[in-house]
Design a protein around this ligand. Sequence first.
Ligand code: AMP
Length: 282
Amino acid sequence: MMKVLRRSQALRKALDPYRNKKIGLVPTMGALHEGHLSLLRLAKKENDITVASIFVNPLQFGPKEDLRRYPRNFLRDKKLLIKEKTDFLFAPSKKTFYLTDFQTSVSVKCLSEPLCGASRPGHFAGVATVVLKLLNLVRPTALYLGQKDYQQFRVVTQMVKDLDIPVEVRRAPIFREPDGLAMSSRNVFLSETERKEALCLVRALKLARSLTAKGVKDCRRIRREMLAVIKKAPHARLDYAEIVDAATLEPVVKLTKGRKALAALAVFFSKTRLIDNVLIKG
Ligand code: AMP
């Protein structure tokens, strides 16, 4: 039976008997899809106990972002988690999670600035803060994050390293729809036309990967070709298309042997912002 906990102290107490077990934590904002479930399955495989959390964290949304319209479907999520034999679901309310006098923020400086950080100021401080709180409550052996939010993965990994947090951060590959679109809770907002055009993200990334496989090293050229693919989608509005160092997230001008890089994209369709990425090697 999956236990559902609504309050931080209740979660702590519920986990007390399992302190000598391996605990895997999968934090989510709900509206679960196969991508989330793939993290859970990995956590399940590698641990004795799995904890999933569902919390639409207000700290990581900007004032003009989609906090209010973010998809929520608790009952469906709960059913999916039960089916996956999740042991604990932590789903706190905003009020009990952040008390009225809450005032702390964790910021991972350089890694939070480029890519999504440039158009979403404060987003990664919100992410780091909520993740640190969850880590302190659950004290998991391993934390499961998706490569889909690669920058988030890097920010959290850096925080764990900088603050000596005793947890292993595990990254799971991007789970995709059969046609290649990266699964996202926000995909439900796409109109039929936008859904078709949204394939431009994965097409641009595939092109970036095939260019590098052919030996192209010039990142400006790769970026130009990616942009051309996005441009073909009439309703796509580019936020960014970048080739960055996979560790530092700083722009890469020329791919070199042995250096891991990341081709990353963010594209708006109306108000819906989609992201996707692929790791590439020189
Ligand atoms: P979210 O609910 O969007 O905050 O995502 C919760 C976790 O699921 C994060 O670690 C995401 O990176 C991960 N995730 C979201 N979409 C996917 C996907 N398509 N494939 C794999 N992991 C994903």
